[in-house]
Design a protein. Structure first.
Length: 227
C-alpha cells in the first residue's frame, strides 16, 4: 500500500478525506497493525534507502514468512487430525471382525472409502515362504523389506507390482507397503494408487506404522489361513 500524490481530482478528494479522518483519529493505525505493515512511506533521501525503511522491509518479509509457516502448520495439524479420526474409525471397524475374511473386507472398504486408495491387498507368508533360498521368487522379493520392519512408500518394480496387485498392477503408479508382524502372522498390507505422487518416497510413515500395528494385532485375534 503506497501513500502518494495523484493528479486525479476524485483521487485527490478521497485522499483528503482519508487524511482528515487520520487527523481526527490519530490512533487509528496503532490499533490496526495489519494495515500499518502494508503502508509504504517514501523517504526524502532520494534513491537511497534509509536504515528505518530497510528494517521495516526486513520485518515485513519475516512477517510474511511466519504467516506462511503458520499456514503450513495449521494445514498439517488438520491433516493429522483427519488421519487420526479415520484411523480410529478403522480400528473400531476391525474390533468387530471375527474372521480373516472380515478383516480383509474391512480393510478393503475402509481404505478405499476413507483413504481414497485405488487398490488394497493383504498378503500373508508362511515360514517356508520366508526361508526360500531364491530371493527373486515371491515373496522373496520382499524379504529385505520385511527384515527392516518399517513401512515404505514409492514406486515398485514390475515383479513386486504383479505379485501384490495382479490384474491392476499396470494401473498402480505408487504404493505404500506396511509390514505385518505377530506371533503367528507375517505379511504385507499393500495400498496402491494410480497417482505416482500419492505415495512418494519422502512421505511420512508414522501413520502407516500405527496402521500396521492395529492390523497385526487384529490378525492375531482371528483365525488366519495356514495358522
Amino acid at each position: 500500500m503506497s501513500v502518494q500524490q495523484d493528479d486525479n481530482p476524485i483521487a485527490d478528494e478521497r485522499a483528503e478525506l482519508v487524511a482528515e479522518y487520520l487527523r481526527e483519529h490519530p490512533d487509528f493505525l496503532s490499533g490496526r497493525p495489519d494495515i500499518l505493515a502494508e503502508v509504504e512511506l517514501a523517504h526524502a533521501s532520494g534513491d537511497a534507502v534509509s536504515l528505518i525503511e530497510r528494517q521495516v522491509r526486513v520485518l515485513r518479509e519475516q512477517l510474511n514468512r511466519y504467516r506462511g509457516q503458520l499456514k503450513d502448520l495449521v494445514t498439517v495439524a488438520r491433516e493429522n487430525e483427519s488421519l487420526t479420526r479415520r484411523l480410529h474409525e478403522l480400528t473400531l471397524a476391525l474390533i468387530d471382525a471375527r474372521q480373516f475374511d472380515e478383516v480383509v473386507n474391512v480393510l478393503q472398504d475402509e481404505l478405499r472409502d476413507q483413504f481414497k486408495a485405488d487398490a488394497v491387498e493383504l498378503k500373508l507368508f508362511s515360514p517356508a515362504d520366508l526361508s526360500a533360498s531364491d530371493g527373486d521368487a515371491t515373496p522373496g522379493l520382499f524379504r529385505d523389506f520385511l527384515e527392516r520392519g518399517r513401512p515404505t512408500c514409492g514406486v515398485l518394480d514390475a515383479r513386486q507390482l504383479e505379485y501384490l496387485f495382479g490384474p491392476v498392477a499396470g494401473e498402480t503408479g505408487s504404493a505404500a507397503l506396511i509390514p505385518l508382524r505377530g506371533m503367528q502372522v507375517t505379511g504385507i498390507l499393500a495400498i496402491g494408487s494410480r497417482d505416482t505422487d500419492r505415495f512418494h518416497a519422502g512421505k511420512g510413515v508414522d501413520f502407516l506404522r500405527r496402521l500396521g500395528e492395529v492390523v497385526s494385532h487384529t490378525l492375531q485375534a482371528v483365525s488366519v489361513p495356514g495358522a
